[in-house]
Design a protein around this ligand. Structure first.
Ligand SMILES: Nc1nc2c(ncn2[C@@H]2O[C@H](COP(=O)(O)OP(=O)(O)OP(=O)(O)O)[C@@H](O)[C@H]2O)c(=O)[nH]1
Ligand SMILES: [Mg+2]
Length: 221
């Protein structure tokens, strides 16, 4: 019985995700899902992406948090459409589901958007299991978390296309081996695109922004 219920949750999530993909295709909107453990830098990265791309593209953000609207408030200075999903109001879930994302999409004027950023809930486990209909999954790993996360949380790294190794400005203060981290990424997902960045200083962002531009152009063309 329990297995049936779980299967039902995943099946209905997948069905809604497929509907989202169709909707985004119809409106030529590119959507990314940013995932990481708590505090790795998702909001700071989202802020930098918006700063870099808001003159070129019409952007909206879907913010996931268990409690508070703090991240949405941080991004509000950009004056772009932002919807906050507070999962604490439902079951306090540690991930976003496609049904909630669809609800957010229905509140946007999709005719007026080119690019949507989802900031998922800080967690390296559950968000990887829920397809949100996104075009690209971006996982963020900060250098303070250690080199072993790609092999300890393989689903997150296997199911994502892009990795941002964030907070590289802190490297001089840490005993962190970038090459060991990169080897672990290769072992888990050899196809993964990797960008080494600092959301604080902006270092490394040019290449990531160029990658996003190419992807967005490919979808809206
Ligand atoms: N030194 C340094 N600090 C950073 C960098 N990126 C983010 N931070 C800091 O790390 C902390 C967490 O950053 P957030 O962007 O809030 O992280 P988050 O992943 O959105 O956090 P949750 O939404 O709570 O999961 C903040 O104090 C940021 O200023 C970076 O590249 N370098
Ligand atoms: Mg955040």
């Amino acid at each position: 019985m329990e297995i049936k219920v779980l299967k039902h949750i995943f099946d209905s999530n997948r069905e809604r995700a497929a509907e989202i993909r169709e909707l985004l295709q119809h409106h030529s909107i590119y959507m990314i899902d940013i995932m990481s453990s708590p505090g790795a830098g998702k909001t700071t990265i989202t802020d930098r992406i918006i700063e870099n791309l808001k003159k070129s593209y019409r952007i909206a953000v879907i913010e996931g948090d268990i409690e508070t609207t703090k991240d949405a408030e941080k991004l509000s200075r950009h004056n772009i459409p932002i919807v906050q999903i507070e999962t604490g109001l439902f079951r306090g879930d540690c991930h976003l589901e496609s049904g909630w994302v669809m609800g957010c999409l229905e509140s946007f004027d999709l005719e007026k958007l080119d690019f949507i950023i989802i900031e998922n809930i800080g967690n390296l486990v559950c968000p990887a299991e829920f397809d949100l209909g996104e075009d690209e999954r971006v996982v963020v790993l900060s250098v303070t978390e250690g080199e072993d996360k790609p092999i300890k949380y393989p689903l997150m790294f296997n199911s994502s296309q892009t990795l941002l190794i964030n907070k590289i400005d802190l490297l001089p203060h840490l005993e962190y081996s970038l090459s060991e981290a990169l080897n672990n990424v290769k072992r888990t997902n050899p196809e993964m695109k990797v960008f080494e960045v600092s959301a604080k200083t902006g270092e490394g962002f040019d290449a990531f922004i160029a990658h996003l531009r190419l992807a967005i152009e490919g979808k809206i063309a």
